[in-house]
Write a protein that binds this ligand. Structure first.
Ligand SMILES: Nc1ncnc2c1ncn2[C@@H]1O[C@H](COP(=O)(O)OP(=O)(O)O)[C@@H](O)[C@H]1O
Ligand SMILES: [Mg+2]
Length: 271
């Protein structure tokens, strides 16, 4: 598919589990936030939107159990729990009059020797062509090496943005952007900046690497595919509308501008 298959812009928006759930308490969803975000999407009315969400406390603690036990029952608990959050998101969107469908990575994505194979393109494409918002989420996926591996919502952002040549990519989380050592939002980050910054994981259970992994993935997306992303605070009202409308300065923009002689990891794998 080319960029021109769709009429108008195509947006990829990820809402973190830190926004939709209380990450400190297992299986607590923020229902008012699910509603508000759906309302903001309805207000902005983006023509082509791929929505991705994280698992928060509907997946990270459960996945952590699986990573210790390696038992299929814990993998299935992870999948079933995050599916509940996904259904809450989809229902909140449909309650607001939007057309939305769930897409579960376990049924369409596999890991082979560390490479991730996504068989989601047709489903996403057909949904978009019918004005439906596909709603994807972090999940467990089958791994050719045995058992399951964890696929993060942040990895799905990179996949969707490059596969569909997104015109705008937003990653909503629970902080105002990537913060420097003094707690101030860094307005623009490039690959070379990241190496010098002290970016760590998450203060909550986050089996997918928290802020560090998020930024690393977005830097790769920007540097290799020339698709910048904005990382913003989606717990604050109106920021989703602002992102979708392209209004104002939001959070941290992660760009692919490279300084001379800088090299970006030459790998397609986003694990
Ligand atoms: N330099 C940094 N700037 C901003 N947040 C950071 C930084 N280093 C670590 N973090 C942590 O990353 C968290 C966001 O990542 P994460 O919990 O994975 O969010 P999400 O659930 O939205 O994916 C923040 O709540 C914060 O605790
Ligand atoms: Mg995370």
């Amino acid at each position: 598919m080319t960029k021109h298959s769709f009429f108008g812009e195509l947006y990829v928006l990820k809402i973190g589990g830190s926004v939709l759930t209380d990450k400190a308490t297992e299986r607590i969803a923020r229902t008012s936030t699910l509603k508000r975000i759906s309302e903001e999407i309805a207000i902005a009315q983006p023509r082509n939107l791929i929505l991705i969400h994280g698992a928060g406390s509907f997946g990270h603690p459960q996945a952590k159990m699986y990573l210790v036990s390696r038992e299929i029952k814990d993998a299935l608990i992870t999948h079933e729990t995050v599916k509940k959050l996904n259904m809450m998101m989809v229902s909140a969107l449909t309650d607001r009059g939007l057309k939305a469908i769930p897409l579960h990575p376990l049924s369409a994505v596999v890991s082979k020797g560390g490479e991730i194979e996504y068989k989601l393109k047709d489903q996403i494409e057909l949904a978009l062509k019918q004005g439906i918002i596909p709603v994807l989420h972090g999940d467990i996926i089958l791994d050719a090496r045995g058992g399951f591996s964890i696929l993060s919502g942040d990895q799905l952002v990179v996949y969707a943005a490059k596969e569909f040549k997104a015109s705008r990519v937003g990653v909503g989380t629970d902080v105002d952007g990537v913060l420097d050592d003094t707690g101030v939002v860094i307005r623009e980050l490039t690959a070379s900046d990241v190496a010098k910054r002290n970016i760590t994981g998450s203060e909550h259970v986050d089996v997918t690497g928290g802020m560090k992994e998020k930024v690393d993935l977005l830097v790769q997306l920007a540097a290799r595919y020339k698709i910048p992303a904005v990382l913003f605070n989606a717990t604050k009202e109106s920021n989703v509308v602002k992102f979708l409308r392209g209004d104002g300065l939001l959070g941290t923009v992660i760009t692919g501008r490279l300084r001379r002689r800088e090299k970006v990891k030459n790998t397609d794998t986003i694990q």
